[in-house]
Design a protein around this ligand. Structure first.
Ligand code: PEP
Length: 249
C-alpha cells in the first residue's frame, strides 16, 4: 500500500512572513518527528517558489492550487504548470469546488489542466464532490462519476491523485458519515478501475472537507481513503501535524 498523503490547501491565505513561519514550523516538526505519511503544502502562487526553497530537503513537498492548460502565451494573470514546476512545485490542486464555483471551471477545463500538469511533470490532484442538494436528491454517486469521467485525462492513473470533497463539507465543520465516505471512495475506486485497469487500483483517493485532528484518525482508517486534503486546519501547524500523525501505515 502506498503511503497516505496529507495535503494542505492554504487557499488565498499567506503573506510572506506568516507563510514562511508556518512552513518553517512544519519543517522543524517534521525533522524532529517524521510523520507516517507524505506531506504536501499548497500555498498561493506568490509563495510557491519561496516555500519550495524553505522545504528543500525536508521531505515536505510544495504544490499550487491551480494552473493554466497552456504552456505559455497571451493569458494575463494565469500561471502555467511548467512555471509551477520551474518554481519548485511538485503537485497542483485542480478543479477545487471553489474554482468550479468562483471561476465557472468545467470538467473539460479541469481535464485540460490535469493533462498540462502531467505533461509538466506535476502530480495533478483533481477534486470532485457533490453539493448538498445533489446529496439530498440521492444523486451524489452519479455526480461524482460524471465529474471523474469528464475531469480525468487519459494517462492520469500512475501519477494523478483524486480528492473527494463534498462541497457542503468544505469549511463548514460538517462531514459525511464514515459509511458515506467509505461508499463514495469505493465507487470512485470502481470507476478508476473500469477506466484505467490495474493502474486505477493504485490511484490515491483523498478525502477532503472539514478534516481536523479530532476526526482525522477515523477518516484515514476507512477503506480506500489514501489521505486527506485539508483546508482550514492546514493553516495551523499543530493541527496539520496532528492530522499527519493520524495517517495509517
Ligand atoms: C479544502 O479547501 O479543500 C478543504 C477541504 O477545506 P476545509 O478542510 O477547511 O473544509
Amino acid at each position: 500500500m502506498p503511503r497516505q498523503l496529507i495535503a494542505g490547501n492554504w487557499k488565498m491565505n499567506g503573506l510572506s512572513v506568516p507563510g514562511a513561519r508556518l512552513a518553517g514550523a512544519i519543517r522543524e516538526a517534521v525533522s524532529a518527528a517524521p510523520p507516517p505519511c507524505d506531506l504536501l503544502i499548497c500555498p498561493p502562487f506568490t509563495l510557491v517558489g519561496t516555500l519550495a526553497h524553505v522545504m528543500l530537503g525536508s521531505g515536505v513537498a510544495v504544490g499550487a492550487q491551480d494552473c493554466h492548460a497552456k504552456v505559455a502565451g497571451p493569458h494575463t494573470g494565469d500561471v502555467s504548470a511548467a512555471m509551477l514546476k520551474d518554481a519548485g512545485a511538485t503537485a497542483v490542486i485542480l478543479g477545487h469546488s471553489e474554482r468550479r464555483t468562483d471561476h465557472g471551471e468545467t470538467d473539460a477545463e479541469v481535464r485540460a489542466k490535469a493533462a498540462a500538469a502531467l505533461a509538466a511533470g506535476l502530480v495533478p490532484i483533481v477534486c470532485v464532490g457533490e453539493t448538498w442538494p445533489e446529496r439530498e436528491a440521492g444523486r451524489q454517486e452519479a455526480v461524482v462519476a460524471a465529474q471523474l469521467a469528464g475531469s480525468l485525462p487519459d494517462g492520469f492513473a500512475g501519477t494523478g491523485v483524486v480528492a473527494y470533497e463534498p462541497v457542503w463539507a468544505i469549511g463548514t465543520g460538517r462531514t459525511p458519515t464514515e459509511a458515506d465516505i467509505a461508499a463514495m471512495h469505493a465507487m470512485i475506486r470502481r470507476v478508476l478501475g473500469e477506466r484505467f485497469g490495474a493502474a486505477g487500483g493504485r490511484v490515491l483517493i483523498l478525502y477532503g472537507g472539514s478534516v481536523k485532528p479530532a476526526n482525522a484518525a477515523a477518516i484515514l482508517a476507512l477503506p480506500e481513503v489514501g489521505g486527506a486534503l485539508v483546508g482550514g486546519a492546514s493553516l495551523v501547524a499543530e493541527d496539520f501535524l496532528a492530522i499527519a500523525a493520524a495517517a495509517q501505515v
